[in-house]
Design a protein around this ligand. Sequence first.
Ligand code: PXL
Length: 274
Amino acid sequence: MTTPPLTLTIAGNDASGGAGIAADLKTFAEYGTYGIAALTVIATMDPENNWSHGVTPIDAHIVKDQLVTAFAGPQIKAAKTGMLPNESVISVIADTLKAHPDTPVVIDPVMVCKGESDVLNPENVTVMKKLLVPLATVITPNLFEAGQLSELGLLYTLEDMKKAAQIIHDNGAKIVVIKGGKALEGEDAIDLIYDGHSFTTLTAKKVPHATTHGAGCTFAAAITAGIAKGLDPVESIRKAKDFVTEAIQAGFEYNAFVGPVFHSGYRLNRQPSI
Ligand code: PXL
């Protein structure tokens, strides 16, 4: 009997299937890892009201019970966090992760969904900074989230990204990856990696008219699965960039409001489905 590498996502359900635990579990499976999900919120979108998001939090004690179940099996080789609703849920997660120091953690500090302008509970940023950033093996903020976590505000250039990465690293995250993505000006989607010693940039051509819903979750889940399979964190970030780029290329229009990535794109470019 062989035990596959176990991967855990602690995140929300996106009822449209592109982001959140759907993205994570599909990505975990594509990597050949055994995915487990602990649900933190249920996110729904209203087609009658311009796709506005409803976010229903799961009670902290239920999040805790899910984590107890998840950690009751073989060792979890890597975990990730996604959308988190409030301080009590964040505290329960931080306590659990601290109690399992052998499980590397990828923190995706989700603060806002694409197309939505309001930051999810701005006070969460403070709590995340205090409780989760110091536990991160890898943290994957986008430009907006990096600006919030570093308190630098809006970031526009690679130089801004470098400053933010240093501050977030000083707050305790071991490796910081800032996703410039399509938000940075120019033709390239640039991500910046900072490991406390040096900066590395990863560049891919922006995909025109890209359907990118779920890209951030998929990228962080791919890093998590790579680490679970034994890649070093920077290698797993490089591989995740290729994986998510091909998932974006395989994306599609879900409806007039949203276009998700297709998480199986990377594999289907290489082998047929079952
Ligand atoms: O893409 C950010 C995100 C993360 N998690 C959940 C979401 C979204 C955006 O819709 O619904 C559950």
